[in-house]
Design a protein around this ligand. Sequence first.
Ligand code: F6P
Length: 343
Amino acid sequence: MKIGLLTSGGDCPGLNAVIRGAVLEGIIEHGDEFVGFRDGWRGVVERDYFPITRHDVRGLSKTGGTILGSSRTNPFEGEFGGPDNIQWLMDREGIDVIVAIGGEGTLTAARRLYDEGGIKVLGVPKTIDNDLAATDYSFGFDTAVQIATEAIDRLRTTADSHGRCMVLEVMGRHVGWIALHSGMAGGAHAILIPEQPQSIDQIVEWVLQVRERGRAPLVVVAEGFTLPEMTEAHSTKGLDAFNRPRLGGIADVLAPLIEERTGIESRATVLGHIQRGGEPTAYDRVLATRLGMAVVKAAHREEWGQMVTLRGTDIKTVSIHEATGSLNTVPQERYDEAKVLFG
Ligand code: F6P
């Protein structure tokens, strides 16, 4: 069998481990051949690809990033986009299946290619945000949480030295899993996530409670969190909650507000892409490797239109439909559990 691999969307620690797992499973167990498309769907629609050998994946599971490159190209666009062109390319190159390793956008595109054009695709879920439905955890999430937790630990000592309030912004555009887990692990005094809007009055109350107990308050906020006071206009016009020009992320809005309302000197830290770079944790390497091996097994079972997924501790396959269309948000009970630890 000839298998085409691509990595698409924001990169994620563990992508290379998926590639290695797939290639080793395929070559050793089935005598497969592999090609890698460069920069996600761009490599498909611009016909930019190269053979991947066993030698190419040596020592790869510990490395960050993706040897294939990534982009947010839509496979339905461009000169050679769309199912007919892609099928033509697959026929010409003898490619039996395209394995798309990506998040919501990538998997939605893969699903459409399968539904609308009968393209043989398989999916591997990828997101540091852990926001994909139909998988219990995605690789990259554990690494991001580890990095964010280390940042909280480091902020705590400098916060204590100066008696300051620290506001750490972590990734999570639509869901707050990284904030929730790192905040719990690092002992944050408030965790703010997109699923749970909190007023500035509530945040100030949490911060003041911490100060009354003689501690330096530590707030972890997911980038997608908004204050109810912030209207659509605040985001679209780049204004903060006081209609002032908004320069940075939500942490840069919150820290000055907290300082104004509490009188506690406050600082914002935006962790940014550090959460996505560097080596994956051992957990993510193992999960990613298993998913890579499993997707090749699924190809040999001809389970087109499916995605490999983590269910409990087992790797299963589900329809890509199940993984797209809705997000894996933080449930109320998980947030309530974390809230007990605030203050
Ligand atoms: O979806 C993963 C993610 O890391 C989000 O948390 C974040 O909002 C986004 O990607 C950043 O994307 P980019 O790298 O394109 O700035």
